[in-house]
Ligand binder design. Structure first.
Ligand code: CP
Ligand code: NVA
Length: 301
């Protein structure tokens, strides 16, 4: 494993190795055991979109590993003024030991990896959000003990979160059901992978059907970053694609609920369900720190 660009690139073994290391790093942090695996290393963090969790967890994680994080806003970088990614990649490779990037196009992340010579970590693109899904898998395993026989149900937009969850959950052996409006299905590349997993995958436009017997219910915002202009249209298209009491009644009695955050209460999830599952959702947010530290150690140590 040279980069973390998308879940499709990871083998099941690589995912499990990251999760095991993440559990160990979480234990070490909680018990005050130092773990300076990246002493003296630097991570550049390029942000072309807003962030709370990704920025703070990568920055703190790098400090905890003994390294140094640099926050690089695209407002200040020449990349924001049109300097080609090929040149940015070759320049930054000479200063840094790794790059985390949050941007729009997946191609930009793939190009950084192609033209640079240091590990690249995808901190969210329009196509996927692998760091979040590694934290989600870590949280599911933490609460449920193992992935064996579990069903994950995603309700809402076939977006970056849906894409990474479909691939990540199927790769660790879970069953996956996705309910989204017909015009908002995940892209072909993801559906082709998922259909290759046979009966483990179900795609429907009926939330109640997808949620049947689910062990984990997950949703995300109806309008992602960059789609603010379509918010009204999306609100109409996604009406009914909500995690609420009625939907929860279809799932197993001990089903957990995850949300990558930020959440829009009374849109994709009701306040009541959100607060009833807040312990899981905020553990998930914490696990971003541990999962990403594991990724950085794997790639940069
Ligand atoms: N879930 C997530 O990536 O949060 P931020 O946008 O705050 O980084
Ligand atoms: N789908 C959301 C996820 C935010 C973490 C977005 O891209 O804005």
């Amino acid at each position: 494993m040279k980069h973390l660009l998308k879940m499709l690139d990871l083998s099941t073994e690589e995912i499990i190795e990251i999760l095991n290391l993440a559990d160990q790093l979480k234990y070490e942090l909680k018990h005050g055991i130092p773990h300076p695996h990246l002493k003296g290393k630097t991570l550049g963090m390029i942000f072309q979109k807003a962030s709370t969790r990704t920025r703070v967890s990568f920055e703190t994680g790098m400090y905890q590993l003994g390294g140094y994080p640099l926050f690089l806003s695209s407002n200040d970088l020449q990349i924001g003024r049109g300097e080609p990614v090929q040149d940015t990649a070759r320049v930054l490779s000479r200063y840094l030991d790794g790059i985390m990037i949050r941007t729009f196009e997946q191609k930009e992340v793939e190009d950084l990896a192609k033209y640079g010579s240091i590990p690249i970590i995808n901190g969210l693109t329009d196509f996927c959000h692998p760091c979040q899904v590694l934290a989600d898998l870590m949280t599911i395993r933490e609460f449920k003990g193992s992935f064996d026989g579990l069903k994950m149900c995603f309700i809402g937009d076939g977006n970056n979160m849906a894409n990474s969850l479909i691939v990540g959950c199927l790769k660790v052996g879970m069953s996956v059901a996705i309910a989204c409006p017909n015009d908002y299905q995940p892209p072909k590349e993801i559906l082709d992978f998922a259909k290759g997993c046979g009966s483990k995958f179900e795609l429907t436009d009926k939330p109640m059907q997808a949620a049947k017997n689910a062990d984990v219910l997950i949703t995300d915002v109806w309008a992602s970053m960059g789609q603010e202009g379509e918010a009204e249209k999306r609100r109409k298209a996604f009406a009914g694609y909500q995690i609420n009491d009625e939907l929860m009644a279809q799932a197993k009695a001990d089903a957990m609920v995850l949300h990558c955050l930020p959440a829009h209460r009374e849109e994709e999830i009701t306040e009541k369900v959100f607060e009833a599952h807040a312990n899981e959702i905020f553990e998930e947010a914490e696990n971003r720190l541990h999962a990403q530290k594991a990724v950085m150690v794997k790639l940069m140590a």
